[in-house]
Design a protein around this ligand. Structure first.
Ligand code: HEM
Ligand code: HEM
Length: 183
């Protein structure tokens, strides 16, 4: 009988860590934008938009891959509520990694601001009316979502570290295979 899978596929690993790095970059770009002024500050927002839209495309690809290659089950040592919390966080991550860029894109579209994807081509705008007022409301949603994302991130990382240092199981190994597998 084939040995049960005990780690995510290489594609899943690459997408997990690439998207995680890009999300951290997004937060960094916003901080850089806040700390600067003038054209450079606007450039940080422009890169933020390009990175955000790239996260959208990568996450849609990741979701497709995930549907075709279902996740490995969580260890039986986890209680039911723990599994629900872990999977619930994952589902919300997917919702945010799709929803946040869509809302940002919609805000730029409503505000009539063109988006240049890394200065290479004009990203199409969504047909959204309403001008600055609607753009402002959408940006409020984007900002609120950012706060919720910080909470999810804290929960997710705390969970991963709890598995490794307290439960001493192999959940972190599944996503970081070079961490030695525990017996
Ligand atoms: C912005 C940063 C991150 C995001 C958006 C993110 C998102 C996700 C998502 C969506 C999954 C579910 C994968 C699936 O089953 O489809 C996942 C799994 C996982 N993540 Fe992250 N993650 C991030 C950072 C981290 C960090 C920093 C760690 C380690 C400290 C980590 C450890 C894990 C582990 C161990 C799993 C596998 C859980 C399992 O075996 O089911 N993640 N992550
Ligand atoms: C997953 C992708 C994204 C993440 C994680 C993200 C995250 C963030 C965060 C944390 C902030 C700061 C919120 C605050 O505290 O005020 C922000 C602001 C902003 N984001 Fe995003 N974002 C993403 C995608 C996008 C996209 C695709 C666009 C537009 C096309 C966009 C446009 C903006 C704008 C215009 C701001 C406000 C900058 C300012 O204050 O002038 N974001 N984003």
């Amino acid at each position: 009988m084939a040995e049960p899978r005990n780690r995510y596929s290489t594609v899943s690993l690459i997408l997990h860590w690439l998207i995680a790095a890009l999300v951290v970059t997004q937060i960094g770009l916003f901080i850089a934008h806040e700390l600067t002024e003038g054209p450079i500050s606007r450039e940080f927002v422009s890169i933020h938009k390009s990175v955000g839209l790239s996260i959208l495309v990568l996450t849609l690809g990741r979701l497709g891959w995930r549907i075709a290659n279902p996740a490995i089950p969580l260890p039986d040592t986890m209680r039911r509520w723990e599994k629900l919390l872990a999977r619930g966080t994952h589902v919300l991550f997917y919702a945010f990694l799709i929803g946040m860029p869509l809302v940002g894109w919609a805000a730029s579209s409503a505000g009539g601001r063109d988006i240049q994807w890394f200065g290479l081509f004009a990203w199409p705008l969504l047909p959204i009316e309403g001008g600055r007022e609607v753009a402002g409301q959408l940006m409020d949603m984007h900002e609120l979502a950012a706060k919720a994302l910080y909470v999810l991130l804290a929960l997710h990382v705390a969970g991963a570290l709890k598995h490794h240092f307290i439960d001493r199981d192999n959940v972190l190994h599944r996503m970081i295979p070079w961490i030695p597998r525990r017996p």
